[in-house]
Design a protein around this ligand. Sequence first.
Ligand code: UDX
Ligand code: UDX
Ligand code: ADP
Length: 468
Amino acid sequence: MKIKSICCIGAGYVGGPTMAVIAQKCPNVKVTVVDINEARIAAWNNEDLSKLPVYEPGLDAIVKDARGRNLFFSTNVDAAIDEADTIFISVNTPTKTYGKGKGMAADLKYIELCARQIARVAKEDKIVVEKSTLPVRTASAIKSILDNTGNGVQFQILSNPEFLAEGTAIEDLLKPDRVLIGGEMTAEGEKAMQALVDLYASWVNRDHILTTNVWSSELSKLTANAFLAQRVSSINAMSEICEKTGANVAEVSKAIGMDSRIGPKFLSSSVGFGGSCFQKDILNLVYIAKSYGLDEVANYWEQVVLMNNHQKNRFSDNIINTLYNTVSGKKITFLGWAFKKDTNDTRESAAITVADNLLNEHAKITVYDPKVSEEQIFSDLEYLNSRDPKQNRALLKVEKDPYLAMKDAHAIAILTEWDEFKAYNWQKIYDHMLKPAFIFDGRRLLDHEMLKSIGFECYEIGTGNASQ
Ligand code: UDX
Ligand code: UDX
Ligand code: ADP
């Protein structure tokens, strides 16, 4: 069989860019991305491409190319399901905030709703592709819902986890390290897998397309994220030793990264990893391990998240200690709020935790981020429920001009590694700050020799000569 018409449920950070690239690379396949969020769909349809709901370098050009030709965004979920031969499920699977597995397990209610909707609407055989990151064995739950509709429609469930990273989504989609497709090891399963392999083979070398059983595919996604996060927590653990001993974490990273068995990537020490995937997927893995009684396995992986929490907290503790043990009423400017550069996504961003800790100490925070909106910043803080929303707004301000944001500040904290921060006029910034002027570089982004020569008091994650 050949895929001719795709419906993707969920127009978020994964669904939107992935479908845009499929549509661009497969002009003969009709791709419809649907979402229940009307504002989001309206934004995807906006004539002004700078208003797309997801900011990714290169995405606007692809949407411009394919939208209206074979790429469509719609809120009519039923119609798109009915028309498609292949349905991607790309809805969000947040960590549960209630009941059993609270704070750990993935909340599958959106997935289940999708499955029930597909079951209700479908009149012809379909391939259903899990794109969202899901706990192992979710495919079998989806299958059981779909197989019990009683209308005789045959579904093939495939797992096709997405490995794109935000900020480089388009690059990652155009040149993936690998595409992973898991399916049932039956004749029908093989046929469905082959159809999806052929779709990707329009632009991905077949040697880079792997097929496995469904469970290996589901588990590989969790494992990949757990390993990547573990590298960050491992180098962050070393950063604290570096600060105490006078070693430099960048030198350590370089030295170990040249070992081809270790490799150089993902060894940048930071204020802590964020993003919608790492913490959620690890907690999910921990929950799965515990549910099988594998306590040692669960504890092993949980340490990666605990280390990350420690890294975020020790960054804010250091700011407080350095500012003479009190930040109450002091203006501290955050450069960056996104969880990494080149994205407007803030989910699990270290900036949120660091801000919350400092607000507990009554600091006055001013935030500048080139892509994150003011509403998003307040919504991130309100979600924590640490204090009254009014208090958040009284203590924290969002500023659109970076120089104004840093004027009269006691300290600057770098939370995201946006390139533009490096190009600022740091002498001018210094001249307009209170003295001593402190910089806490949570991303090892700036040239600290230059800053020190201007007169700044500098702290850099993982550098031994910190002014503590
Ligand atoms: C190690 C380091 O590789 C080397 O750089 C350092 O100088 C000394 O320590 P060595 O102990 O000789 O070298 O062997 P190595 O190949 O690293 O294996 C260590 C252990 O890990 C062995 O028991 C090996 O069987 C095991 N191992 C290694 C695995 O179980 N799985 C693997 O994928 C790799
Ligand atoms: C991650 C995976 O990389 C991707 O394959 C998966 O599909 C989704 O999860 P993403 O969360 O978008 O992607 O970004 P990533 O680049 O992995 O960064 C995650 C976090 O780790 C960021 O906060 C980043 O700043 C931090 N990080 C990354 C470090 O602190 N140091 C590093 O060396 C690398
Ligand atoms: P991700 O990073 O996984 O793409 P997002 O939260 O950015 O996550 O996007 C998921 C999208 O899925 C949201 O826009 C949400 O409105 C949408 N969604 C969730 N449930 C459904 C559903 N049952 N039908 C259609 N869209 C849904």
